[in-house]
Design a binder for this molecule. Structure first.
Ligand SMILES: [Zn+2]
Length: 90
Protein backbone atom coordinates (compact mmCIF):
# COMPACT_ATOMS: atom_id res chain seq x y z
CA UNK A 1 0.00 0.00 0.00
CA UNK A 2 1.50 3.38 -0.99
CA UNK A 3 2.26 5.74 1.84
CA UNK A 4 0.53 9.12 2.06
CA UNK A 5 3.14 11.90 2.04
CA UNK A 6 2.71 15.44 3.33
CA UNK A 7 3.56 18.56 1.35
CA UNK A 8 6.90 20.10 2.32
CA UNK A 9 5.46 23.62 2.06
CA UNK A 10 1.81 23.69 3.09
CA UNK A 11 1.70 20.49 5.17
CA UNK A 12 -1.40 19.05 3.47
CA UNK A 13 -1.53 15.30 2.71
CA UNK A 14 -0.68 14.27 -0.88
CA UNK A 15 -2.76 11.55 -2.53
CA UNK A 16 -0.75 8.59 -3.92
CA UNK A 17 -0.08 9.08 -7.64
CA UNK A 18 -0.29 12.86 -7.48
CA UNK A 19 2.12 15.64 -6.58
CA UNK A 20 5.78 16.04 -7.33
CA UNK A 21 9.01 14.95 -5.61
CA UNK A 22 11.86 17.45 -5.93
CA UNK A 23 15.41 16.41 -4.99
CA UNK A 24 18.03 19.14 -4.59
CA UNK A 25 21.71 18.72 -5.48
CA UNK A 26 22.63 18.44 -1.79
CA UNK A 27 20.23 15.52 -1.35
CA UNK A 28 17.29 17.13 0.47
CA UNK A 29 13.93 15.81 -0.69
CA UNK A 30 10.84 18.01 -1.08
CA UNK A 31 7.34 16.68 -1.76
CA UNK A 32 4.92 19.19 -3.29
CA UNK A 33 1.14 18.89 -3.65
CA UNK A 34 0.95 21.64 -6.28
CA UNK A 35 3.01 23.96 -8.46
CA UNK A 36 1.89 26.79 -6.21
CA UNK A 37 3.74 25.25 -3.24
CA UNK A 38 6.82 24.47 -5.37
CA UNK A 39 7.12 28.05 -6.67
CA UNK A 40 6.57 29.59 -3.24
CA UNK A 41 9.36 27.53 -1.66
CA UNK A 42 11.99 27.28 -4.43
CA UNK A 43 11.44 30.42 -6.51
CA UNK A 44 10.09 32.98 -4.04
CA UNK A 45 11.76 31.44 -0.92
CA UNK A 46 8.74 32.24 1.26
CA UNK A 47 8.18 31.09 4.82
CA UNK A 48 5.01 28.91 4.95
CA UNK A 49 4.30 29.99 8.54
CA UNK A 50 3.67 33.55 7.34
CA UNK A 51 1.09 32.60 4.67
CA UNK A 52 -2.53 32.23 5.76
CA UNK A 53 -3.48 29.62 3.11
CA UNK A 54 -0.96 27.02 4.39
CA UNK A 55 -1.71 24.43 7.04
CA UNK A 56 1.31 25.42 9.13
CA UNK A 57 0.21 29.07 9.58
CA UNK A 58 0.74 29.73 13.30
CA UNK A 59 0.08 33.42 13.88
CA UNK A 60 -3.60 33.12 14.81
CA UNK A 61 -3.29 30.03 16.98
CA UNK A 62 -0.40 31.53 18.96
CA UNK A 63 -2.48 34.64 19.69
CA UNK A 64 -5.50 32.56 20.80
CA UNK A 65 -3.33 30.52 23.18
CA UNK A 66 -1.92 33.70 24.73
CA UNK A 67 -5.42 35.14 25.25
CA UNK A 68 -6.60 31.91 26.92
CA UNK A 69 -3.58 31.91 29.26
CA UNK A 70 -4.28 35.53 30.28
CA UNK A 71 -7.96 34.78 30.92
CA UNK A 72 -7.11 31.79 33.13
CA UNK A 73 -4.72 33.85 35.26
CA UNK A 74 -6.99 36.89 35.70
CA UNK A 75 -9.93 35.48 37.68
CA UNK A 76 -10.62 37.90 40.55
CA UNK A 77 -12.48 36.51 43.53
CA UNK A 78 -15.18 38.88 44.76
CA UNK A 79 -16.09 38.29 48.41
CA UNK A 80 -18.65 41.16 48.31
CA UNK A 81 -20.83 39.47 45.72
CA UNK A 82 -21.07 36.30 47.84
CA UNK A 83 -22.29 38.32 50.85
CA UNK A 84 -25.00 39.98 48.76
CA UNK A 85 -26.26 36.62 47.52
CA UNK A 86 -26.49 35.33 51.09
CA UNK A 87 -28.52 38.35 52.14
CA UNK A 88 -31.02 37.88 49.31
CA UNK A 89 -31.61 34.24 50.26
CA UNK A 90 -32.41 35.16 53.90
ZN1 LIG B 1 1.30 22.06 -0.73
Amino acid sequence: MPAIKTCSFCGNPIEPGTGKMFIKKDGTIYNFCSRRCQKNLLEFARNPRKLKWTGVFTKGTARKERKKAVKKIVVPAKPESKEKKVEKKE
